[in-house]
Design a binder for this molecule. Structure first.
Ligand SMILES: [Zn+2]
Length: 163
């Protein structure tokens, strides 16, 4: 993690600094990324506990604060996985069964860290909303307005817990 070009921008955020030594996977094949990981530029895996990043977005000096905040989001996942200890596999199995992406303790923790980070670098609530709108735009197709608006509502709740 500490070898990422953007590390200097997050290392002072106490939460991130604890994960300096975490091994991450950086993928620079755009086509492969799309077919394996879809529309989002970052992922986390619980077994093994790993963060997977699209190189084009994350390993660059001029990365946006919004994109950096997604790295914090993924670190939030790893932190959550660590906290579950032996119950991790059981939690993840149940999580996948419910199919409720944002409406989960895990996503709540990850989004809270993401917004705490943005707040710590001086971003306003409106700027956080813009990061989320950008994400929703990329994630949902035009015929998914219902799902999109449900997820927006859940994530707005997490923004409101931080601001
Ligand atoms: Zn997440």
């Amino acid at each position: 993690m500490s070898q990422l070009q953007c590390w200097d921008r997050i290392k002072d955020f106490d939460f991130a600094s604890k994960f300096a030594g975490l091994e991450i996977v950086v993928i620079d094949d755009e086509e492969k990324w799309k077919s394996v990981y879809g529309s989002n530029d970052s992922k986390s895996s619980h077994n093994p506990k790993t963060i997977i990043l699209k190189k084009e977005i994350f390993d660059r000096q001029d990365i946006t604060d919004g994109d950096i905040s997604w790295l914090i989001h993924e670190i939030g996942h790893i932190d959550f996985y660590n906290g579950l200890g032996e119950n991790l596999d059981e939690y993840m199995e149940k999580y996948y069964q419910t199919g409720e992406y944002a409406n989960s303790e895990m996503e709540q923790k990850a989004f809270e860290k993401q917004f705490q980070f943005l707040k710590s670098i001086g971003k306003t609530k409106t700027e956080c909303v813009a990061v989320i709108e950008n994400y929703l735009e990329k994630t949902f197709a035009e015929n998914q307005e219902g799902e999109k608006s449900k997820e927006r509502g859940q994530i707005m709740g997490y923004i409101n817990m931080v601001y």
